[in-house]
Design a protein around this ligand. Structure first.
Ligand SMILES: *Cc1c(COP(=O)(O)O)cnc(C)c1O
Length: 380
């Protein structure tokens, strides 16, 4: 049975990228590696909307979140943590682990963070040294307005750290223009690569904070990354970097506007398809619904853990459910990276087949029909 990933990381890896990662290993101080890193180092910054270097580290996304916290702040520093989901909570936990004092600006899961509430919290805590915020909150599918949040701190020394791990590429990112100091991404979301690489951009304001900060770090040291740049500070994940150069080529071939339009179409089509099958979109503000993953509450009487098991065991489709308190209630359909409308037809067809097997009644084909209709309308 063919296996399909409909998860928001890891994602399907196109064969071209798999093959690029299967090439012979080059040494990390060789001319070949120098050329490879040059390609990667010049390709990444425009995708972040920055003119500064973007550093590549061997790590999952969480490692980049930890690196940002470890480098920019010192134990005892107060920070604002904007949290409306699982990854916002992870930022809070990392801040606590490093001895920071987080003030959490919390909003309900499925809603977006209100920049005015962030401003109000800043007014109450004017001593904060940083703000930690998630761009696309993958646990719910919400997109936070990081441009508006960045604007609040424009004329301050507050370092704005953005987890754009799933949102980068799928949604516009203008790190420099929006005043976002540290922007994080990872290989296994929009870049369509296996997990294992993370990316970090660092602004001048963040470098000033890094120089002031006194917390311990070594492998995660931004200063060390800068010292060795454009080469890597220690053994890089060579195979993944080889894949990355091919991923950047693939992105250039499609073009970022087309890449984003494809994801917007996939987001809409998934939402329409699930609604037709009796699901209720979990994100209620349509303009804050991201295009990385579509989350929806299951129809009455459908246990999502059984649905996810049926999808996987009988149809080879891996999808995720809700995290934390949303376990058993949500399904999250990931459509980030290489997914195209035909893949989505297969994924939605598998949802329909699984629902029928679980005894849910609806007109077969009504979900897939919505994918076709949405695609047709977008291309009319
Ligand atoms: C995937 C993801 C992460 C990192 O997860 P890892 O499993 O450590 O790669 C962090 N934040 C967001 C928003 C994500 O989507």
């Amino acid at each position: 049975m063919r296996q399909r990933l409909a998860t928001p990381g890891p994602t399907e890896v196109p064969q071209r990228l798999l093959l690029a990662g299967a090439r012979e290993i080059v040494h990390h101080r060789s001319t070949q590696m120098e050329e490879l890193l040059h390609e990667v180092n010049s390709g990444l910054p425009p995708l972040f909307g920055t003119t500064r270097p973007v550093y590549t580290i061997a790590s999952s996304g969480t490692g980049a979140m930890e690196a940002a916290v470890a480098n920019c702040f010192s134990p005892g520093d107060e920070v604002l943590v904007v949290s409306n989901g699982y990854f916002g909570e992870r930022f809070r936990d990392i801040a606590l682990a490093y001895g920071l004092v987080p003030h959490v600006v919390e909003s309900e899961w499925g809603t977006s963070a209100d920049p005015e509430r962030v401003a109000a919290s800043y007014a109450r805590h004017p001593e904060v040294k940083g703000v930690l915020v998630v761009h696309s909150e993958t646990s719910t599918g919400v997109l936070n307005d990081v441009e508006a949040i960045g604007r609040l701190f424009r004329d301050t020394d507050v370092v704005v750290v953005v987890d754009a791990i799933s949102g980068l590429l799928v949604h516009t990112m203008e790190a420099d223009a929006w005043g976002l100091d540290v922007v994080l991404a990872a290989s296994h979301k929009g870049f369509m690569l296996p997990p294992g690489l993370a990316f970090v951009s660092v602004s001048d304001r963040a470098w000033a904070a890094v120089e002031r900060a006194s917390g311990p770090h070594y492998y995660w040291s931004f200063q060390r990354l800068r010292r060795f740049y454009p080469m890597s500070s220690s053994s890089p994940a060579v195979s993944l970097v080889q894949g990355l150069s091919e991923s950047l080529r693939l992105l250039t071939e499609e073009g970022m506007p087309a890449f984003r339009e494809r994801h917007a179409l996939l987001g809409q089509a998934t939402e329409h398809a699930l609604t037709a099958l009796g699901f209720v979109p979990f994100v209620r503000e349509p303009h804050r619904r991201g295009n990385v993953v579509t989350s929806a509450l299951a129809p009455e009487g459908i246990d999502t853990s059984r649905l996810l098991k049926t999808l996987s065991n009988r149809h080879g489709v891996t999808m995720t459910g809700g995290q934390a308190h949303l376990k058993g209630k949500l399904i999250r359909v990931g459509h980030v990276g290489a997914t195209d409308p035909l893949d989505l037809c297969a994924i939605i067809a598998a949802v329909e087949m699984s629902l029928l097997e679980l005894g849910h009644r609806f007109s077969p084909g009504s979900g897939v029909g919505e994918v076709i209709r949405t695609h047709q309308e977008a291309n009319a």
